[in-house]
Structure formats: C-alpha cells, structure tokens
Design a protein around this ligand. Structure first.
Ligand code: SF4
Length: 289
C-alpha cells in the first residue's frame, strides 16, 4: 500500500486493510492533536485508490475488514464513496465490514438519504470524536463544534442505520473543568447512546497549543488519580444502555472494559480499587497514543 504521511486507525481496526481515500483531517485545529499536522486535507485521486485496492487483492488472500482513511473520509462526495464501496465489495466478496472516521461536519453535510445510501452499500460504522460534552472545554480545545452539534451528528448517524463509535478524552477539562467535563460528557454520551465508547486519556503532544499551555502553566494536567476520579464521576452519570465501553487504550492509566449500564458497578469497583492502591496504574513512560 502507498501511504502519504502518518496514518491513524482506531484500535479495533488493527487487522483491517487501510486505504487512504482522503488525506488529513478536514478540521485539523484541535489544540491537543498533532495527528495530521504533516498534511493538508485533500481528496485522494480515485485512480490511485483503485490501484491500491487492486494491489491489495493481489497480495492478501482474505480481506474481511476495510478502514477508509484518513481523518474524515466521510467528507468525500457520496457518489465517490458509493464507487469506493462498490470497488471494495466487488474485489473482496469476503469483506464483512467497511468503516471510516467521520467528523460532526461531514455528518452534518451529508443528507439522511446519503447516509442511508452509504449504509445500504456497506458502510457499517463511523468513528467520531466527541472529546468532551462540555462546551467550555470544546471551545478551549478549538474543536469547532458545540456538544449539541456533535450529539446531533451522532444521533443522525445512528438514525440512518450506521453503527457509531465515539471517543472522549479524560483529563481534557484540566483541574478547572474536570467535574463539568465528566458530567457533561456523560450526558452527551447518554443522548447519543453510541454502540461503542472509547475513553482515552489526554496525552500532551509536542508542538501543539496544549503543550504550550502546559509549559506556560495555563493548563494543569490531572494526576493519574484525578483522572480516575473524573472517570468515576463520568460512570456515575452516564446512562447508555448497551454501549460497549472501553478504556483500554495505550494512553489510559487503568484498563477498563465493560458494557453499559450493566457493568457500571463492576467498573466503579475497579476504579475504587485503583484509588485505594489495590490495583496498579500504568506508569507514565508506558503511555502512548
Ligand atoms: S482531534 Fe480529530 S478533528 Fe481534531 S484535529 Fe485531530 S483528527 Fe482532526
């Protein structure tokens, strides 16, 4: 495969064929993020996309999952995406699912008819970043959307039959807003009821505005135990029956896995054990994105 710049995929796409159909992120301004700072958002030429899929067909015996990269593949025209999905399922009849990242903007732009059409052509799931349900945090982090915008985009995806995987970031509210961040994120998740929720923990990436704020002292990072207190508060407030909850990312201090709401008490018990020192936390040097 030919890739331009750094390529990211959700942890659950570790065994997927990844092909860039766009380059970069359509927003590319979040204060904590350096994922796509090496490229401008652009559409990849369709003939290159076709060549990569044809090459993959020659190389791989079975391709069961395909992830369309980069950061906001849903921004591509619906007709292009329909063509790409046709290409994927034509070349790989064994393919079981195609997924991509989507932004609140691309979900807003697409009509419900477009989203339903894409679902019918085999786009199963979109991954969308909520980051926080707290507007003050979203504004500080230059997310470009209010929590209500993001919730509406997630609800629209689900209404159109797409599975929805959402990420939020613990620690993003700093010491100033950690309670609002926890409670408002719980509310936003409860309103969307995504199929999956990934809770990452804030990492400070060199060269980002966040790194500058931390260095200058205007943003105070939560300690590992404060991050756990925040996650505890989130779990106490969230109501999202059936959502698969995962805090098992390389950035998390404590690995948590369960299904809401049923596993809430178990998860809270695991956090309590860690807060009381009965469970070890991941050391700082092992954390990564
Ligand atoms: S967090 Fe997501 S939306 Fe924000 S700049 Fe990074 S990739 Fe783009």
């Amino acid at each position: 495969m030919r890739y331009k710049g750094k390529v990211y995929r959700p942890p659950s796409e570790a065994y997927s064929l990844i092909v860039q159909v766009t380059y970069g992120c359509s927003h590319n301004k979040c204060a904590f993020c350096d994922m796509y700072d090496d490229k401008h958002f652009a559409m990849r030429p369709m003939d290159e996309i076709r060549e990569d899929f044809e090459l993959a067909r020659r190389v791989y015996r079975r391709v069961e999952r395909v992830f369309l990269a980069d950061g906001d593949a849903l921004m591509r025209k619906t007709a292009d995406l329909v063509e790409i999905l046709g290409l994927v399922y034509g070349l790989f009849p064994e393919c079981e699912r195609v997924t991509c990242y989507a932004s609140p903007t691309s979900l807003q732009i697409k009509s419900e008819d477009d989203l339903r059409l894409l679902r019918s052509k085999g786009l199963q799931m979109v991954y969308m970043g909520l980051e926080s349900g707290c507007d003050a945090v979203l504004e500080k982090m230059q997310k470009g959307h209010t929590a209500a915008d993001i919730v509406a985009a997630g609800q629209k995806a689900r209404r159109c039959g797409l599975a929805l995987s959402v990420t939020a970031i613990s620690g993003l509210g700093s010491v100033e807003h950690w309670r609002e961040h926890a409670v408002d994120t719980a509310r936003a998740v409860s309103e969307m009821k995504p199929d999956y929720l990934g809770l990452l923990t804030l990492m400070v990436e060199p060269g980002t505005p966040l790194e500058k704020w931390v260095r200058e002292g205007s943003f105070t990072l939560l300690s590992p135990l404060e991050v756990l207190k925040e996650t505890e508060l989130f779990l106490q407030h969230v109501d999202s029956e059936g959502t698969v909850f995962r805090a098992n990312h390389a950035s998390n201090y404590l690995t948590l896995k369960g299904t809401l709401n049923g596993d809430r008490d178990t998860l809270l018990g695991q956090i309590a054990a860690a807060l009381e020192g009965r469970r070890d936390l991941k050391p700082e040097f092992l954390r990564a994105l």
